[in-house]
Design a protein. Structure first.
Length: 239
């Protein structure tokens, strides 16, 4: 994974620790975590179970939102800190690429970076196929992919590290006191995504209908042309 994302975190805020699968018939998941490392760089981590055409726009929008919220009234641009969005994708988004990890930064066509103020990291978990853990990156990818099958009382050998134990401990200590609030928030996000997906479906259906109409118009023109040819042949035959 990106080598610049290796500093220890000093602050973490879990905005939605609940998996929407509890509320929405296993349709999607949103887990929003914000963190800051020892250099004051900001991180946003989200888990996404579904994939759809406008998801890249949402990813960029969320990054821009976190980045822009740093400045308060009277603060200067020099106070902006690098911001990273990390997305764990259960469904493949970049279907024509084989890599599991994708790191995006703001660069020009020659690869020159405009600013070092962060980037976007996409982890397509479905593409991760390794059965044996050989690197720390693989350990975390395997953890993210198999977390729902893990039991903190009987961890597999590849999880016997301090970081893995801490990760499992964090998962097991989420409180349910705000569950109704997160249920409401999850429902709103679900409806928002459903509207987006419905819009994409309508656009695709409209495109197919227009294509069919064009084909029917072409066929009609061909029939008229054939009829005109036959008429002209009949006139020639009478001469």
């Amino acid at each position: 994974m990106a080598q610049d994302l290796v500093e220890p975190l000093v602050w973490v805020e879990i905005l939605n620790p609940y998996n929407d699968k509890e509320f929405l018939s296993d349709k999607l998941s949103i887990v929003d975590v914000k963190a800051r490392d020892c250099h004051d760089r900001l991180y946003q981590i989200e888990i996404q179970l579904t994939s759809y055409g406008h998801l890249p726009a949402r990813i960029i929008y969320n990054w821009a939102d976190i980045y822009s919220q740093q400045l308060k009234s009277g603060q200067d641009y020099l106070e902006l800190r690098p911001t990273y969005s990390i997305w764990l994708l259960a469904e493949n988004l970049l279907i024509h690429e084989n890599e599991t990890v994708h790191h995006y930064k703001m660069r020009d066509e020659q690869g020159n970076t405009l600013t070092q103020h962060g980037g976007i990291l996409l982890l397509e978990l479905k593409k991760f196929k390794a059965n044996h853990v050989e690197t720390e990156d693989q350990r975390w990818l395997k953890f993210f992919r198999e977390v729902e099958q893990l039991n903190d009382e009987a961890l597999p050998d590849w999880m016997i590290t301090q970081e893995m134990k801490q990760a499992m401990s964090t998962l097991s200590t989420f409180s349910e006191k705000d569950q109704h609030y997160y249920q409401y928030q999850a429902r709103q996000e679900y409806l928002r995504e459903q509207r987006t997906i419905q819009h994409e479906l309508e656009q695709a259906t409209k495109a197919i209908l227009q294509a069919n109409q064009r084909e029917e118009a072409t066929q009609q023109r061909e029939k008229l042309a054939i009829a005109e040819i036959e008429r002209l042949k009949a006139l020639l035959a009478q001469k």
